[in-house]
Ligand binder design. Structure first.
Ligand code: NAP
Length: 310
């Protein structure tokens, strides 16, 4: 078999991909990690991570990811900071093409490309991202002590984030585009029974305004089209996530929302292609669960490679 054919290629470099790289590295598989141009995943945009086990005083997201990378490199994982843009999983040898036009070959592949928080795509959103616009209440709520914030969304995340924000903020608006939430009843009730939360039904944020930080949201009533303004210090987006699987369409089974379908533990519809982390998990979406799945996928790939040799 040619030297240019890797035993395993890992696509993605969040906690799932890096944990897989550590395990496959330690198993002497010399994995190639196609880490992406924006490597490290969502924790690179986080400040203190307080719930990753083993760090009593918390750990900075970027530091945690850099350490995972160093740990993987220590076991001979190789990193490429390019994006995978196309794959061919049709033969025994899988090929992956990057945005720089390079093509890599492997006997097995682990998909760990994660997901990205869905965005509103309205004026001001990009300008104030990180300056009042956030996609993670757990990460940023403490910056809004005694302030007024808004959460957009009507699912479990919006319920959870708005409830969490009331620990810090003095007032939390939940802005939802319809007149009922899709969240579970128990989580809705927690919101309805919280005095600090006010619900703004049938409304969309159509613009975010401010000078240095967010100051005003322009809202549009989805029924009447009427516009209004709401003064807030911060806006939290809780409108779901989009799995990073555009380049996998038609190459491996995806569900209707684009998440990779799992057939058995970490196996996908393609023999020798495994999956780990948020790209297959819309439910837990935690660094620790992604890391756990990264470990599982690496062990499954290792076992699969050894079965092929037998
Ligand atoms: P979700 O269930 O897909 O809800 C997204 C919400 O955002 C919906 O209410 C949707 O409105 C709204 N939305 C989507 N695009 C929008 C846009 N462009 N503008 C305005 N609003 C928009 O997402 P999620 O709440 O993140 O939950 C994802 C999954 O994780 C779910 O299965 C959920 O049960 C699970 N989860 C569980 C927990 C828990 O159990 N503790 C916590 C969080 C999440 P519509 O309703 O009108 O479509």
């Amino acid at each position: 078999m040619s030297k240019n054919i890797k035993e395993v290629i890992i696509i993605g470099s969040g906690p799932a991909g890096l944990t897989a790289a550590i395990y496959n590295g330690r198993a002497n598989l010399n994995p190639l990690v196609i880490a992406g141009f924006e490597y490290g995943g969502q924790l690179m945009n986080t400040t203190l991570v307080e719930n990753y086990p083993g760090f009593v005083d918390g750990v900075d997201g970027p530091e945690l990811m850099q350490n995972m990378m160093k740990q993987a490199q220590k076991y001979n994982a190789e990193f490429l900071y390019e994006d995978a843009v196309d794959v061919d999983f049709s033969g025994d040898i899988k090929t992956i093409k990057t945005n720089e036009g390079k093509v890599f070959k492997a006997k097995s592949v682990i998909i760990a490309t994660g997901s990205s928080p869905r965005r509103l795509h309205v004026p001001g959103e990009d300008d104030f991202y990180g300056r009042g616009v956030s996609v993670c209440a757990t990460c940023d709520a403490s910056f809004y002590r005694d302030k007024v914030v808004a959460v957009v969304g009507g699912g479990d995340s919006a319920m959870e984030e708005s409830t969490y924000l009331t620990k810090f903020a003095k007032k939390v608006y939940v802005i939802h585009r319809r007149d009922e939430f899709r969240a579970s009843k128990a989580m809705q009730n927690r919101v309805f029974n919280n005095d600090k939360i006010e619900i703004v039904w049938n409304s969309q944020v159509i613009e975010i305004k401010g000078s240095q930080f967010v100051e005003t949201l322009v809202l549009e009533n989805t029924q009447s089209g009427e516009k209004s303004e709401l003064k807030v210090d911060g806006l939290f987006l809780a409108i779901g996530h989009v799995p990073n699987t555009k380049f996998l369409k038609g190459k491996v089974d995806l569900d209707e929302q684009g998440y990779v379908v799992v057939t058995d533990n970490t196996k996908t519809s393609v023999d020798g292609v495994f999956v780990a982390g948020d790209v297959r998990d819309y439910r837990y979406q935690q660094a620790i669960t992604a890391a756990g799945m990264g470990c599982m996928s690496a062990l499954d790939a290792e076992k699969w490679l050894s079965d092929q040799r037998d």
